[in-house]
Design a binder for this molecule. Structure first.
Ligand SMILES: [Zn+2]
Length: 384
């Protein structure tokens, strides 16, 4: 197996994608292709790869992970790497215009100017057209990296101007191995959380290292299996909102602290040292990045609950159809068997559809508590 630069350490099970990107980085002296599109399902590491790619381009050693440039890039505060992530449904023309305007400024640290658009599929048509012009005539040294779930989410005119890097969902075993080797997680637990997170590396690690996160997840799913009446449904819905909020708080607080410590260290400061005025912009930038992430994390928390519920009802269906494949939620086997025997496969399929619908509604409007309420009601366990 070819070894990769340290900034790519967290991206596993993606040998083709990494080879493509590392080859581009190794040959950057001869010119780097100016527009890239990274596609892959949620949790496959699209945004992480975009950041790692940007970090590798900027680093003299091609992504050592420890120099100041790499640390700034990974903390989200590199002055020449701009990331557009949005908590809104659409990326507007104004946002893209700003981005294009800043893309023509030269790099302040002597490397490249890297512009990353995290959810490029959310650009409006007019925003896409503005971006298209920028991709047609990019100034030297500016690299665009777009991320989207799939190629078809992008306008054909944009597709024809980008080099595509496709990511796959890594295998459960690969995720488990990474956790064992990199984080020293006990192998049995590593397999359990890799399966429960459905190969989402970040989520798997959180489950592995936080007994509270594991308990919250289990409680969420158990609540669903016990909905017998409308009152139960309302209660389950309230509980989910509360759990999503707790999960979001825990996640942001932890990461905010880690990032700040990493940035302080990169700037040569101890954790509680006063920050000299010349370095305050760096910290302010981090602070802003963290605030915008906090807004997004509640919606992400709710979506995670729904993704977990999808896995739960797929397990129920596996039992009902005697499909024989391993259950994702093995520690809820008894609850799954109970729901499977009390309901019919058609009902389970309807539940899976209801969960998908709730995901779409919450994606559009995070305050859409009704979406969860309706969902909880349609998850009732009832014979008919
Ligand atoms: Zn470096």
């Amino acid at each position: 197996m070819q070894s990769h630069q340290p900034v790519f350490n967290d991206l596993l099970g993606q040998p083709e994608a990494l080879d493509l990107i590392e080859t581009a980085v190794r040959h950057r002296e001869e010119g780097v292709f100016h527009s890239w599109l990274i596609t892959g399902p949620p949790g496959s590491g699209r945004s992480n790869l975009a950041i790692a790619f940007a970090a590798a381009l900027q680093c003299k050693a091609g992504g050592c992970g420890t120099c100041q440039s790499c640390v700034l890039a990974q903390a989200g505060t590199h002055p020449d790497i701009t990331v557009l992530s949005t908590e809104k449904v659409q990326i507007t023309i104004a946002e893209i215009r700003d981005l294009v305007a800043s893309s023509v400024m030269g790099a302040s640290m002597g490397g490249y100017r890297v512009m990353i658009i995290e959810d490029a599929d959310r650009m409006t048509q007019t925003a896409s057209n503005v971006l298209l012009k920028a991709l047609e005539e990019p100034p030297a040294g500016t690299i665009w990296i777009l991320c989207a779930p799939s190629e078809v989410d992008m306008l054909p005119t944009i597709r024809s101007r980008v080099r595509r890097v496709g990511l796959k969902v890594p295998a459960v075993e690969d995720v488990a191995n990474l956790l064992v080797q990199r984080n020293g997680i006990e192998p049995k637990l590593a397999m359990q959380v890799a399966a429960e997170s459905q190969s989402h590396v970040g989520m798997a690690l959180r489950l592995a290292t936080s007994a509270e996160a594991r308990t919250r997840r289990k409680e969420t799913l158990k609540a669903a299996t016990q909905i017998k009446t409308v009152t139960d449904a309302v209660r389950a819905c309230d509980r989910w909102m509360e759990l999503a909020q707790k999960d979001a708080d825990a996640l942001t607080k932890e990461r905010d602290g880690e990032e700040k410590a990493a940035l302080m260290a990169a700037l040569g400061l101890g954790e509680n040292d006063p920050v000299p005025p010349s370095l305050r912009t760096e910290l302010k930038r981090l602070d802003e990045a963290q605030k915008s992430r906090a807004k997004r994390s509640l919606r992400d928390g709710l979506d995670r609950i729904l993704v977990d519920l999808l896995a739960l009802y797929r397990d129920v269906l596996t039992v009902q159809l005697a499909a024989g494949s391993a259950l994702v939620n093995q520690d809820l086997e008894l609850d799954i068997l109970a729901v499977a025997s009390e309901t019919k496969p058609e009902q389970t399929i309807a539940k899976l559809e209801a969960i998908e619908l709730a995901r779409v509604r919450i994606e559009r409007n995070v305050r859409d508590v009704m979406a969860l309420d309706c969902l909880a009601v349609s998850l009732q366990v009832r014979k008919d």
